[in-house]
Design a protein around this ligand. Sequence first.
Ligand SMILES: [Zn+2]
Ligand SMILES: [Zn+2]
Length: 185
Amino acid sequence: MTGDGYRDGPETRTELLERAAAYAETVPLDVDTDSIEWSVSDRARRRAGCCLFDGEAVEIRLTWDAYRAAGWRQFTATIRHELIHAWQFQRFGEADHGEQFAAQAARLDAPRHCERFSDARLRLACAREDCGWSADRYRASPPVKEPRAYQCGDCGGALVVVHESGERWRTAAGYQGARERIEEW
Ligand SMILES: [Zn+2]
Ligand SMILES: [Zn+2]
């Protein structure tokens, strides 16, 4: 957990919402900030923020733990990212991370992909269905990169790695291929 300290940043959820809304006004993007609803999530585990759209109203939900981990200054990048989604929703009725998003993200120095502050997006599992052993992995550890070199601690069976994107692999080559295909690693 690093951060630039939140001595100078919001210390409560209410302050975070106020600060985020005020900060949004300063971002040079043609987005209707008045119609954005801001909320804080204490439950999100992976995403630093998200932008929701119900056909009329846009809501930007910020993750409290992600803010605490990042510090205010770094967290503003998440706010810019979500604002671009708000702009997409207001303008086009949908949002993605395509070329149009990329252009705005580059212009505003915002991350191209949704920021993840905690990412157990990998699961190492026993390939034997009758075993059922599995464990979350937060990064590309050696067994994730080359599952074949390891075995299930419970039954000695082969391992398979499952990424949240749905990609699965059992070999180092499989890992390499998946790594190239997975856009949001
Ligand atoms: Zn996004
Ligand atoms: Zn097993």
